[in-house]
Design a protein around this ligand. Structure first.
Ligand SMILES: NC(=O)c1ccc[n+]([C@@H]2O[C@H](COP(=O)([O-])OP(=O)(O)OC[C@H]3O[C@@H](n4cnc5c(N)ncnc54)[C@H](O)[C@@H]3O)[C@@H](O)[C@H]2O)c1
Length: 102
């Protein structure tokens, strides 16, 4: 059976949960723009306080590697899971934030 490469973009609560679960059975590359988060994951530690994420990283035999090099990771991915923030209404967000502080 062909090995499936799954790339997860964003290693926050959503992305890291998905990445640790999928990495039990598939090759998973977790991409983030924050170097410190990537380094922690590669040391099998979590920046997220979550019992299961921490436990899975520490104890499970995961096929998981983290990187900030998204371009390289995405180019031969079979699947990409987007778990990064989405700025769907940037104009509204800016106006809303401004209204909140004035
Ligand atoms: N947390 C929830 O309960 C929840 C529920 C429904 C939907 N969502 C959505 O899921 C997405 C992720 O949520 P979260 O709570 O995990 O967010 P989060 O803020 O905890 O994590 C987002 C991660 O994405 C990284 N990131 C930012 N830009 C990136 C980029 N260009 N490439 C790669 N990584 C990037 C950040 O550094 C961060 O580690 C958001 O779009 C959110 O709206 C979250």
């Amino acid at each position: 059976m062909k090995e499936i490469k799954i790339v997860v973009a964003g290693t926050g609560y959503v992305g890291l949960s998905i990445a640790t679960l999928l990495a039990q059975n598939h090759h998973v590359v977790a991409v983030d723009i924050v170097h410190e988060k990537v380094e922690l994951i590669n040391k099998r530690k979590s920046q997220i306080q979550d019992e299961y994420i921490e436990k899975y990283l520490a104890e499970k035999d995961l096929d998981l590697v983290a990187t900030t090099d998204g371009a390289n990771a995405y180019k031969d991915a079979d699947y990409v899971v987007i778990a990064a923030p989405t700025n769907v209404y940037p104009k509204f967000s800016v106006e809303f934030s401004w209204a909140m502080i004035t």
